[in-house]
Every structure is written in C-alpha cells, then in structure tokens.
Design a protein around this ligand. Structure first.
Ligand SMILES: Nc1nc2c(ncn2[C@@H]2O[C@H](COP(=O)(O)OP(=O)(O)OP(=O)(O)O)[C@@H](O)[C@H]2O)c(=O)[nH]1
Length: 345
C-alpha cells in the first residue's frame, strides 16, 4: 500500500532508537581506540614493565568488542549494557596509561572516546558519573605511580583534563538530548492527525505490517474495519465547519474509548477511520462494531462500517482493506448506521 520510508516504531523511546542507531558507531570508536593503542605500541615499543599485560589487555579488549559486535548479545537498546562498553573502555584506557605514560601525557585524552560514547547514548547524568569515574581512575593512577596527591602542582593537570571532559560530555549530551526532543516532535507531527490526535494513514500503514506478519505466522485472525461518518457534509453546511470538526473529534473520542488497547485506530482522511483488531475474527469484530455504532448514537452521530477478517476474507492486508472498504460502502448505500461484513455486488 505504501512505499514511503518506514517510520521508526511509533511509541518510540527516542533515546532507545538513538542507541540502536549508534551501535555501529560504538564498535568503530572501540576499534579506533585499539588501533591507536597498537600504533603507539608499534612506534614506541612495548613498555619494559607490564608490556605483555598491555598486549594481553589490548587483545582481550578487542576480543570483547568483536564478540559484542558479532553476537549482538549486548542488545544496545538496553542502556545499562551499553554502559558496560564504556566502563570496559575506561578500564582498558586506565590500564594502558598505567603501563605507558601515565595520566599526565597526551594519551590521557583517550578518555574523551569514552566520554563522547556515553554522551551520545546515555544522557547527561550518566555521562557526568562516567567523568567522575574517570577522575577516580586518574587519581588512583597518580597514587599508584607514586605521585603526591596533596600538591596543587600535581593535581592541576588532572583537574584541567577532567574539567575539559566535563564540558565536552555535558555539551555533547545536551546537544543529543535536544536532537531527541526535536526528533520526537517531528515523529509526532509525521504520524498523528492534528485534529483528533489519532494515528494518520502513514502511521497506520506502518503499524499494521508487524501485526499482519505475526498473524500470518501464527495463523491467528485479525479484523480490518473501515468506518465513515454519516452526514458530515450536512453538519458542516448547517452548523458550520467547526461543528463538523467537533463531530469528528467526538467520534474519535468514542472510538478511543471503545477500542481495546491492542487495537490500532487511525483517521484515514476526511470522515474516514480505519481500525485493526488483532486476534479478532469477523464474528467478534462485528459484535464489537455493533456496540460501537450504538455508543456513537449517544453523541447523536452515525457511522457506516465495513469489515473484513484475516484469513477468511483474504491473505494480503491491502485485499482486506479493499473488502472492508466496499463493505463500508454497502453499509452506506443501505442507509448508513450499520455494519456489513461483505460487499454485495
Ligand atoms: N469539518 C470538517 N469537515 C471535513 C473534514 N474533512 C472532510 N470534511 C468534509 O466532510 C464532508 C464529507 O462529505 P461526504 O464524503 O459526502 O460525507 P458525508 O456528508 O458524511 O456523506 P456520507 O458519507 O454519504 O454519509 C466533505 O464536505 C468534506 O469537505 C474535516 O477535517 N473537518
């Protein structure tokens, strides 16, 4: 039915989507870190003390990253599992620095990779905590390397680099948060009908795909409902366009109240609504629609309804929607305010 680009999941956790999209970038950052470390070791040679340890840690870290990228058992949508990646990164960098040029050398800026990874995916608070963890690691390193922690001259370089990490982490995480917010707003605008707040046609066409696939696999039924309001033009002509708008909103409200939470409801256009009822055959959905017709009568509204069910009326969603549509036109031609299951030629 629709060749448009697929939407992200509609009830999306924008940060979750961001994390998912970022997973490829995460491995690139990890492998960049390993490349920098190996380049350093090739150019500078293995450190006299702990050289083998550094080499072993580098291979272990690379193996961890490779395994995570191949097996995908970390499932980057889960934030705390992604946090494990950044902790592993911080631990590896700390071990590397311990065995090479310590906290005060240029290699300490490798911590930026962990901070940026965290800021892109885990938000401001977690990133600030990660910077605190990096500060603790740096102080521990200074202590292990025998530096006097009580002198300002020794602490100043660490303080400066931590301050820089804080700024980079905070600004990056804030920027990413702003992008989440605007993405969420854009998605809302692209997937909702502004008058009723229901899903629009594009969103509906995307949402029904997984339901159709699931029913096909399990051979469980589902029903497609086409609904059209009766007499909207008359309301517009006699009471004005805003009364027509209100009638559409009232109907949408009723439909929302009557449907189950698993049912997918959308305004398809004008005074036309569609609904998909998972796990419901034609008999069940006809009963439900009859109840709905009675319920909208209380609002002095009337609808014509047509329905078709999978698999009894067709195997493709488009076919079912066509069947439901022609059944709806049959209801309309029969005087409206009724539900029909199959169109009569
Ligand atoms: N107020 C309002 N009117 C709309 C909206 N969208 C479409 N319409 C109008 O609704 C009317 C629908 O006309 P018809 O398709 O003939 O529907 P009807 O008057 O309900 O007639 P039947 O469907 O035959 O019962 C048209 O005049 C459209 O301009 C909307 O968002 N708000």
């Amino acid at each position: 039915m629709s060749d448009q680009n697929p939407l992200p999941p509609l009830e999306w956790d924008s940060q979750g989507v961001q994390i998912q999209g970022f997973s490829a970038g995460l491995y690139q950052i990890e492998w960049l870190l390993v490349t920098v470390v190996i380049l350093y070791l090739v150019i500078m040679g293995l450190p006299d003390e702990g050289g083998l340890g550094v080499l072993a840690a580098t291979f272990a870290y690379f193996g961890f990253s490779l395994l995570a990228s191949r097996l995908r058992f970390f499932g980057e949508r889960q934030r705390w599992l992604l946090a494990i990646h950044t902790w592993a990164m911080i631990g590896f960098i700390t071990w590397f620095l311990y065995n090479t040029d310590g906290v005060t050398g240029p290699l300490a800026s490798l911590y930026l990779l962990a901070v940026v990874t965290s800021a892109l995916t885990l938000g401001v608070v977690v990133t600030m905590l990660e910077v605190a963890a990096i500060a603790a690691c740096q102080l521990l390193l200074l202590h292990l390397l025998g530096t006097d922690l009580l002198t300002i001259a020794n602490l100043a370089p660490v303080g400066t680099s931590i301050f820089a990490l804080l700024i980079v982490g905070y600004l990056t995480a804030s920027l990413v948060h702003a992008i989440h917010v605007s993405n969420r707003t854009l998605l809302q605008m692209a997937s909702r009908d502004p008058l009723t707040g229901l899903y629009n046609r594009r969103a509906f066409d995307e949402l029904i795909k997984p339901i159709h696939q699931m029913s096909k696999r399990s051979q469980r039924p589902y029903s497609v409902i086409a609904m059209d309001m009766d007499g909207l033009k008359r309301i517009n002509d006699t009471e004005g366009h805003s009364a027509g708008d209100q009638a559409i909103r009232d109907l949408a409200q009723r439909l929302m109240e009557c449907k189950r939470s698993s049912d997918v409801l959308a305004r398809y256009g004008g005074d036309e609504f569609v609904m998909l009822l998972p796990e419901t055959d034609a008999v069940g959905s006809k009963k439900m629609m009859q109840r709905l017709i009675n319920a909208v009568k209380d609002d002095k509204l009337s609808i014509s309804v047509g329905l078709a069910a999978y698999p009894e009326h067709g195997n493709a969603f488009e076919e079912l929607l066509d069947q439901a549509d022609s059944a709806m036109y049959f209801s309309k031609a029969s005087g409206g305010n009724r539900v029909s299951v199959k169109a009569v030629s």
